[in-house]
Write a protein that binds this ligand. Structure first.
Ligand code: 5GP
Length: 187
């Protein structure tokens, strides 16, 4: 029988570069996929339905909660985010590693629900760099950036609830580190 894939929780404050690291990692590993979440947040410029997120109205999102369609869901800076359950379980059963790029509340929920999940926390090199990245993204008003910075400070205080912590200073180094962790845990 085929071995189940690893469920991998990757958290870190919004703007720390999780998406970029995961994108590069997936180019290097064909045994690993990333779960596409549902969100009530509006798409940022350049984001694509079904690639970055499935964009839902509050009503649609609440209906999915009622139908038990999420493995976990959480509110982050005023928007709802959720991980579709059936897709994740299908991929794991097919032997693929599944990365969940989710916030700390979601990550901690997954650790309780699925104690065999691998958990990795990604830190920005500093709060100043994080703020500069959020501002550089140029898509959000100051108030939202301020809220995300407050959330980031709380999230960073939770980093040691994850099995692994790494700093995303140099992109390729961060990709290599995540790759090495998956490699180690897969064997
Ligand atoms: P953003 O709006 O910047 O895309 O995402 C905000 C935060 O929500 C990020 O930390 C991101 O990882 C997290 N997030 C994305 N999808 C999910 C999800 O399905 N569940 C949870 N709990 N957090 C998510």
């Amino acid at each position: 029988m085929k071995k189940n894939g690893l469920l991998i929780v990757l958290s870190g404050p919004s703007g720390c570069g999780k998406g970029t690291v995961v994108g590069k990692l997936l180019n290097q590993r064909d045994d690993t996929v990333v779960s596409v979440s549902c969100t009530t947040r509006k798409p940022r410029e350049g984001e694509i339905e079904g690639v970055h997120y499935f964009y839902k109205s509050r009503e649609e999102f609440e209906k999915m909660i009622a139908e038990d369609a999420f493995l976990e869901h959480a509110e982050y800076s005023g928007n709802c985010y959720g991980t579709p359950k059936s897709w994740v379980d299908e991929q794991l059963a097919a032997g693929r590693n599944v990365i969940l790029e989710i916030d700390v509340q979601g990550g901690q929920n997954i650790m309780k629900l699925r104690p065999d999940a691998l958990s990795i926390f990604m830190l920005p090199p500093s709060l100043e760099v994080l703020e500069a990245r959020l501002i550089g993204r140029n898509s959000e008003p100051e108030e939202i950036i301020r809220r995300r910075m407050e959330t980031a400070i709380w999230e960073i205080s939770q980093a040691d609830t994850y099995q692994y912590q790494l700093v995303n200073d140099d992109l390729q180094t961060a990709v290599d580190e995540v790759n090495a962790i998956i490699e180690k845990e897969n064997h």
